[in-house]
Design a binder for this molecule. Structure first.
Ligand code: BJW
Length: 267
């Protein structure tokens, strides 16, 4: 159980109009915690990019489907083994959908939060690069980056924004083996050291934000739990309840852009 001073699940509605004192009080409490915080850790998920136009994976209770395949199959290690060209097709489709999208106020607010703190770490499950494009530094990309490919044999990497010659799958320029999207598929390990760095930041932080994630996917979902166990104050920002909501000290129910802007505003 959390301590009795916990105020949670006040609704920060639609356009962030404060309908209740409770919602406003809770926002003020989170802002005060942020002003006092020495070390902040943030975990983000697909909901942070939703306001940029990136579809979430599990929106409205439905899982994303592409060409009749659930994303849990097309984005899996099993599919990579079975049909690498299909996996390329799926990620080419995703890159094409992403190419004109821009960071939104949630990404910008987190970059601003980092500017104002000596110790800040951002772990993201997103592969879209929008945090970095908004100015966040040292982003811990837990699930890789859709704009990179890596060799299936020697692990050499290329930047698909500058070095994509259109061949599918691309042949590695170092060893000639086929390349694959540099993302973490179901059934694969996270990139060496990245989870460990995120876990160390979660362990040290005194304030942790969990933003726009359904908190369902292992091992990323362990990070806020690590922060909680280490004594941090946990704030969830999400329009919906998640399996982790009841573990948080504060749940700011709303869209990430609006809520984070309010949390980080100077006024
Ligand atoms: C808003 C909003 C707004 C909307 N503002 N919010 C059984 C038990 C435990 C674990 C497993 C198990 N069976 C299998 C596993 C392991 C598996 C796993 O966790 N599965 C669970 C789903 C059951 N995990 C793995 O395989 C991981 N690797 C691993 O465990 O290695 C060890 C191992 C190796 C070998 C064998 C066994 C173990 C790797 C996981 C990699 C996941 N990768 C994906 C796909 C990446 C590539 C791609 O993009 O296609 O990453 S899955 C997908 O889910 C994607 C996301 O990063 C990830 C998390 O999703 P996220 O970000 O939370 O998005 P959504 O859509 O779920 O939620 C969006 C949220 O936003 C919602 O809450 C909305 O309400 C909210 N929202 N609008 C704020 N405006």
């Amino acid at each position: 159980m959390l301590d009795t001073a916990v105020a949670r699940s006040a609704t920060i509605a639609g356009e962030l109009v404060m309908h209740t004192n409770t919602a406003s009080d809770l926002l003020q409490e989170v802002r005060a915690r942020l002003r006092r915080a020495r070390r902040v850790f943030v975990l983000t998920g697909a909901g942070v990019s939703a306001e940029s136009g990136v579809p979430t994976f599990r929106g409205g209770g439905n899982a994303a489907v592409w060409k009749g395949m659930p994303f849990s199959l097309i984005s899996s290690a099993e599919m990579l083994e079975r049909d690498l060209p299909a996996v390329w097709e799926w990620f080419d489709y995703r890159r094409d959908a992403l190419k004109d999208l821009q960071p939104n106020p949630a990404h910008h607010a987190l970059a601003k939060m980092q500017d104002n703190l000596d110790s800040f770490a951002l772990g993201t499950q997103n592969i879209d690069d929008l945090h970095t494009r908004a100015g966040s530094r040292g982003v811990l990309e837990l699930h890789g980056n859709i704009w990179r490919a890596r060799c299936t044999r020697c692990q050499a990497r290329i930047d698909l924004r500058t070095a994509d010659e259109g061949e599918r799958p691309p042949a590695c320029r170092t060893c000639g083996a086929p390349m694959r999207p540099d993302v973490v598929l179901f059934g694969e390990m996270l990139p060496a050291g990245v989870f460990e760095r995120a876990a160390a930041a979660a362990m040290r932080c005194d304030l942790c934000f969990v933003v726009g994630t359904s908190a369902l996917v292992y091992p990323a979902m362990q990070l806020p739990e690590i922060a909680l166990q280490a004594g941090a104050y946990i704030v969830e920002i999400n329009p919906e309840q998640t399996p982790f909501s009841d573990r948080c000290h504060a749940t700011l129910q709303g869209r990430a852009g609006e809520v984070l802007k309010a949390v980080t505003s100077d006024g």
